[in-house]
Design a protein around this ligand. Structure first.
Ligand SMILES: NC(=O)C1=CN([C@@H]2O[C@H](COP(=O)(O)OP(=O)(O)OC[C@H]3O[C@@H](n4cnc5c(N)ncnc54)[C@H](O)[C@@H]3O)[C@@H](O)[C@H]2O)C=CC1
Ligand SMILES: O=c1[nH]c(=O)c2[nH+]cn([C@@H]3O[C@H](COP(=O)(O)O)[C@@H](O)[C@H]3O)c2[nH]1
Ligand SMILES: [K+]
Length: 503
């Protein structure tokens, strides 16, 4: 006979936190959000990898590329670069995060000397940047032959067909710096010579980076930045249960700090085969998260496999239709509570603490506080990050509003991937995700700042100044369907019903 769970499965919106005593020291500025992301002997040793804010970005094409990873690491979180791309391009994204030097920009506006003023104007329109590197092959790292800025041409007096080499500032007249220049030295050169941009070149005159005067202010240190021992940004990467023998070495070589096996359903032999291969070849030096699971049994299986963290969540994501398509899944809050209980028991028995990542279905900022209070150590978000400037997708106008594109990894749009090649048939037989728009929300930094202000504030209401303290002290209540109404604006006529402030 089938097994029946005694409780219905619930979502975050069905719960609330009940405040606890807060001392006068318990203010948002004193709240520490640092959290472990890989297993360790809690109470005996430091966790080898922690993040400074409990947020990671989802392993998705529409969310986590190198631009997102840099922006999130700067705020103290971590991205998991999407695995549904070739090994080479995923490794290249990881490498770009690891080689990123704040203030040193890979030039995105480049032109060849035999192109024309017309091409310069078109490029300026496309990138919005008026400083262009003239390289022999027109690539960001080609041999530097000159620079074009708005001061080098006058559109009213010059023919659009005029060649770049005829009006650019040639290399001989440029001030450049070698590639081992520090940011401080670069800024001094910019200051001393009243430059707007300083090209950084290698020993063969190839362009490596540009340093811009206007970026100077944004280089000030961010105290929560997530850096490795060599002061490089930290980054995670998604892997699958098929090509790990090729993909894992490439990602490790590129510098990935943590890997995560990306699957809708992790209670499988495929996951064990994958981690066994990694342990055989790398021992414990390579950190691997596994998942997704939604109950105790699934957790214990992955714990025994040796997971460094376990990811929870099936079908709760905003773009997920797995529950509708396949009828598998579990309410995210119930799944999390069950797995956390198993994790705590496992810790009691073994002394090994396995961090739990709650993945998908976090809609309002308070859902994040709830998930942490329920025992999640960190949170994976897709929709949330897809709305920002830094996500890889297009910003479009829909019905007069700015939107960003966002699609599921199981959607037809993301399907160009071998994991759906079941027995030689390249076609995706059915979709498990949708292709959608989300309201554009601006810069990651501003939004994460606002979200975490709310999280810190709620933690203070619960008398908690750290995530472990929140998990210990939180008092959580289920709410009745009727009392849900009480939580929103009710029995008033809204002056502007189009303003929905809940977030
Ligand atoms: N969290 C969620 O609720 C969901 C997430 N997704 C996302 O969609 C993407 C695709 O997920 P899945 O379809 O679960 O991918 P998957 O690669 O885990 O599994 C796809 C199919 O391939 C089979 N398979 C896996 N490894 C194999 C191997 N080595 N040899 C032969 N067969 C193998 C599996 O049994 C399964 O039938 C992921 O990014 C996932 O995160 C999709 C649906 C739901
Ligand atoms: O059923 C699904 N079909 C899909 O196509 C799909 N793509 C991603 N995911 C999962 O959703 C998570 C992101 O969820 P949110 O947008 O709610 O943050 C992600 O982190 C994934 O766990 C999918 N689930
Ligand atoms: K859903």
């Amino acid at each position: 006979m089938a097994y029946y769970f005694s409780e219905p499965s619930h979502t975050f919106s069905e719960y609330l936190l009940v405040p606890g005593y807060s001392s006068s020291k318990c203010i948002p500025a004193n709240v520490d959000l640092k959290t472990p992301i890989v297993k360790y002997r809690k109470g005996v040793e430091e966790c080898p990898i922690s993040i400074n804010i409990p947020m990671v970005s989802a392993i998705m094409q529409a969310v986590s590329n190198d631009t997102m990873a840099i922006a999130l690491a700067r705020e103290g979180g971590m991205s998991f670069i999407y695995g549904s791309q070739s090994i080479e391009s995923e490794a290249a994204m990881v490498a770009r995060v690891k080689s990123y030097k704040a203030g040193f920009v890979v030039s995105d506006s480049n032109i060849k000397p035999d192109q024309t003023l017309g091409d310069v104007l078109a490029l300026k329109e496309a990138t919005g940047h008026s400083t262009m590197a003239v390289t022999a092959d027109g690539t960001p790292n080609g041999k530097l032959l000159g620079i074009v800025t708005g001061r080098d041409y006058r559109v009213s007096r010059m023919e659009p067909s005029l060649r770049v080499e005829e009006f650019m500032t040639p290399f001989e007249k440029l001030i450049t710096a070698p590639k081992d220049t520090s940011l401080k030295e670069a800024n001094n050169i910019i200051w001393d010579h009243k430059l707007n941009a300083l090209p950084i070149i290698d020993e063969n005159q190839n362009l490596v980076y540009m340093v811009f005067r206007k970026d100077y202010d944004s280089h000030k240190e961010n105290t929560l930045e997530l850096l490795d021992a060599h002061k490089r940004y930290m980054v995670g990467a998604g892997i699958n249960t098929r090509d790990y023998a090729q993909r894992v070495p490439a990602l490790i070589e590129a510098g990935a700090d943590v890997l995560c096996i990306d699957s809708s359903e992790g209670f499988s032999e495929w996951q064990k085969l994958t981690i066994d291969w990694i342990r055989e070849n790398y021992g414990d030096t390579v950190k691997v998260g596994m998942g997704n699971v939604v109950d105790k049994e699934g957790f214990l299986y992955l714990a025994k496999c040796g997971a460094d963290f376990v990811k929870v969540g099936i079908g709760g994501g905003s773009i997920c239709i797995t529950r509708e398509q396949k009828g598998i899944g579990r309410g995210q809050a119930t799944a999390l509570i069950d797995v956390v209980q198993a994790r705590d028991e496992y810790f009691e028995q073994t002394g090994i603490y396995i961090p739990i990542c709650s993945d998908g279905g976090l809609v309002y900022d308070y859902h994040m506080t709830l998930a942490l209070a329920m025992g999640a150590d960190f949170l994976m978000l897709g929709r949330y990050f897809s709305r920002f400037d830094e996500s890889p997708t297009n910003r479009v106008v829909v019905g007069g509003s700015y939107m960003k594109e966002y699609w599921g990894e199981g959607s037809a749009r993301a399907r160009n991937w071998q994991r759906y090649d079941m027995g030689g048939d390249k076609k995706l037989s059915f979709e498990e995700g949708v292709d959608s728009y989300v309201p554009y929300a601006g810069a990651l930094k501003d939004n994460v700042g606002m979200t975490l202000a709310k999280v810190r504030s709620t933690m203070c209401n619960c008398g908690a100044m750290s995530i472990p303290e929140l998990q210990q002290k939180a008092k959580i209540t289920l709410v009745s369907a009727t009392s849900l109404v009480e939580g929103g604006a009710h029995d008033v006529v809204l002056r502007d019903p189009s303003r929905n402030t809940a977030q």
